[in-house]
Design a protein around this ligand. Structure first.
Ligand SMILES: [Mg+2]
Length: 262
């Protein structure tokens, strides 16, 4: 299959970087009770007062929800420190440290790296292709890097961009251009891999990247933005990204099973 037969904005362009979304892409999709993360936080903060804990959890959830909604309307990013401050909590308070530890413990089962990622990233690097991460997140770089280090893949990341460290969220063109700059490859030679059509297909294509969609996530309707897009390829298994990229590099073998038909 030639790149042009793969559809989308293919062609004979080189692939020199592949940049990945995090939640639902590098991590398998989990449906997470987003209220419960803040109940865990608040119970650890107000250990002796369940009424105050309930009020804090509701305030933090509302602040986080408002942050994500802003992101979907004006592409602005948010940070966990701002969310807990909006909920009336001081960041330096020892109780806040304990509460953040409880929050992380809540998230821990949902942060594990997909087992396909290590062989996929090694395969890309074997081909001389750089590996990037670009995540819409309220968490810090250190938090994300701790997760990658725990799972033995941090050394395979050439560049990582977290929206919490920028003014933007996906799908803003600015954040994709920033990610391309960080990975050191012009957008036309970058491929983006993600699970959301608005953020992860429309976004990268708007700056000239190719987009591979991972269609696994059961994304809540209130988080979806309706958009008509066609990914350049679909990876039903993450490891299929290798065969898709090989096809674009002109090195694919006839009979590849990876879908490149969308
Ligand atoms: Mg995602």
């Amino acid at each position: 299959m030639t790149a042009s037969e793969a559809g989308g904005s293919g062609g004979s362009r080189d692939v020199r970087a592949v940049i990945f979304d995090w939640g639902g892409t590098i991590t398998p999709w989990h449906t997470v009770d987003l209220a419960e993360q803040w109940h865990a936080f608040a119970r650890a903060y107000h250990v002796d007062d369940s009424g105050l804990a309930l009020a804090l959890a509701e305030a933090a959830l509302a602040a986080e929800d408002a942050g994500w909604k802003r992101g979907r309307s004006d592409n602005s990013s948010a940070r966990i420190e701002e969310i807990i401050a909006e909920a009336g909590i001081a960041v330096g308070d020892p109780r806040t440290t304990a509460a953040l530890a409880a929050y992380r413990a809540f998230w821990e089962p949902h942060t594990w790296t997909d087992p396909h990622i290590k062989p996929l990233w090694e395969g890309l690097r074997d081909r001389g292709i750089r590996v990037g991460v670009l995540s819409n997140t309220i968490w810090t770089r250190d938090y994300h890097r701790d997760v990658f280090a725990r799972d033995g893949v941090l050394h395979l990341v050439d560049a990582d961009v977290y929206s919490s460290e920028t003014p933007w969220v996906k799908p803003s063109p600015e954040i994709f251009l920033h990610a391309a700059q960080q990975v050191g490859v012009e957008p036309a030679a970058c491929v983006y891999v993600g699970d959301r059509s608005y953020e992860d297909v429309h976004g990268p294509q708007s700056v000239g990247m190719r987009a591979i969609w991972v269609p696994h996530s059961d994304i809540p309707e209130d988080q979806q933005v309706s958009v008509e897009v066609t990914p350049d390829a679909v990876a039903h298994e993450l490891i299929d990204v290798l065969a898709i990229v090989d096809g674009w590099l002109g090195e694919g073998q006839p009979g590849d099973e990876a879908s490149t038909s969308r």
